[in-house]
Ligand binder design. Structure first.
Ligand SMILES: *Cc1c(COP(=O)(O)O)cnc(C)c1O
Length: 435
């Protein structure tokens, strides 16, 4: 299968080029040249399949032709061995828990799959691959955990000093082995700028093989489509259809859902739920896309003012507003509403949710109310509440037990190299470290 840029469909790239480069050179994003379609028999069989079996089936649809079947099986078996659970809270609301992986957020799916796939694709390359990733928290920890110990790949994480949570910082800085952490004296934007600068540095790129692991990489989207199909199977509806609310920031998770729907997973409608960073709901309302700087909220992994996957969504709907509106609704909710929902869900169901999931539930309830829908509703729960104790515990009035995955990091010692926001310092560090 070829991959083309949303900005230029005439120069397709191979799977290897698309995954190892991360991004086409023209400012667009990669999409597969066609989205594979599951047969009615395959859809019917979803209810009898485990998550890993579904992942095997769907990954093969994307990768066959580029990778031999035995190798696809290995990539999937070593990365998609994650628990996913659909927990029913009420007649019309189920929660898809995607947070049971090593860093307890859905980003483990994308990061692990990308890591194993990249590791396969660089086999036989002589040069080591260096992955640069700027993070405000969750992406960096998932990438660090996903790439840990993978031969031939080194990961350099840049994070803003003092601006990630203590538990996130431990997950970024205590892995060791092939994972290096740089603590940047600045903001997330400074980290991102240093990474972009390095990619634009021709001399550096001649010396070293650099790649990116940010959410623009198509290898992170593909595995996220698998759990939408798993949801359909678990609901086991004869008619099949359901609506699903996706807590959204960069809109990678939602784009993966659109891909799943095109593969024939019976999703009736998407709800893109956002925090007060409401560029997407505003865009659906007015038809005008107006990116702006993000504001800080308690669902901070969704604090995005210019969602990078919007170009993919527009491309997939031929930039036709009416078509987008017929499949996606979107609302924004502030921190006060988010806290209220965390409290309500705890009271009603004795179930603890994190702030991102609360935004997702608000979106589903709004949709069901506005449309008087009788379809089953699903909310993707994107992170475990123990990652956000400072927001959740005061609302529920209880301590959240720390799961073993998180506890093990907290005991380890932080190992990070301080870094200024001056590109020359970063460049010198790369040269000294990589040569
Ligand atoms: C990254 C993240 C999101 C947003 O996902 P996108 O794919 O960027 O829309 C939501 N919740 C959590 C916990 C996240 O880490």
């Amino acid at each position: 299968m070829k991959y083309f840029s949303t900005k230029n469909i005439s120069t397709p790239a191979s799977l290897k080029e698309a995954v190892l480069s991360g991004m086409p050179g023209d400012g667009g994003l990669f999409l597969p040249e066609r989205i594979p379609v599951l047969t009615p028999q395959q859809i019917e069989a979803l209810s009898t399949m485990s998550f890993e079996e579904i992942a095997q089936t769907m990954a093969a649809e994307f990768l066959a032709g580029d990778i031999p079947p035995g190798d696809i099986r290995e990539v999937v078996a070593s990365s998609m061995n994650l628990d996913v659970k659909l927990t029913q809270l009420s007649e019309q609301m189920s929660i898809l828990e995607t947070f049971h992986g090593p860093t307890m957020a859905f980003k483990d799916f994308g990061a692990r799959f990308m890591a194993r796939l990249m590791s396969y694709l660089i086999k036989g390359n002589k040069r080591e691959l260096t992955i640069l990733v700027a993070t405000s928290g969750d992406t960096g920890s998932a990438v660090a955990s996903g790439f840990l110990g993978i031969p031939g790949i080194r990961v350099i994480i840049l994070y803003p000093s003092g601006k990630v949570s203590p538990s996130q910082e431990k997950q970024l800085t205590t892995q060791g082995q092939n994972i290096l952490a740089l603590e940047v004296e600045g903001h997330f934007d400074d980290c991102q700028r240093l990474v972009k600068h390095a990619f634009a540095d021709a001399e550096l790129r001649q010396r070293h093989h650099l790649s990116s692991a940010n959410s623009i990489n198509i290898a992170r989207l593909i595995p996220q489509s698998f759990y939408y199909a798993f949801t359909a199977g678990q609901l086991g509806q004869k008619s099949g259809e359901f609506v699903i609310s996706v807590p959204s920031g960069n809109f990678g998770n939602l784009t993966a859902g659109i891909i799943a729907k095109r593969m024939r997973v019976p999703i009736k409608h998407f709800i893109a739920s956002t925090n007060s960073n409401d560029v997407f709901p505003e865009y659906l309302k007015s038809g005008d896309y107006k990116p702006r700087p993000s504001g800080q909220t308690i669902s901070n992994a969704m604090d995005v003012g210019d969602p990078s996957n919007l170009s993919r969504i527009r491309y997939l709907f031929d930039d036709d507003m009416d078509r987008i509106r017929s499949e996606i609704s979107s609302w924004s909710f502030d921190d006060m509403k988010t806290r209220e929902m965390i409290g309500q869900i705890f009271k009603r169901y004795d179930y603890i949710i994190d702030p991102h999931t609360a935004v997702g539930i608000l979106g589903l309830e709004k949709y069901l109310e506005v449309h008087q829908s009788t379809l089953p509703g699903v909310v993707i729960s994107t992170a475990h509440p123990a990652k956000f104790p400072e927001s959740v515990e005061p609302v529920i009035g209880e301590k959240i037990p720390v799961p073993p995955q998180l506890a093990q990091y907290l005991k380890r010692e932080k190992l990070a190299t301080p870094m200024s926001i001056d590109y020359e310092d970063f460049r010198q560090y790369l040269i000294d470290t990589l040569d």
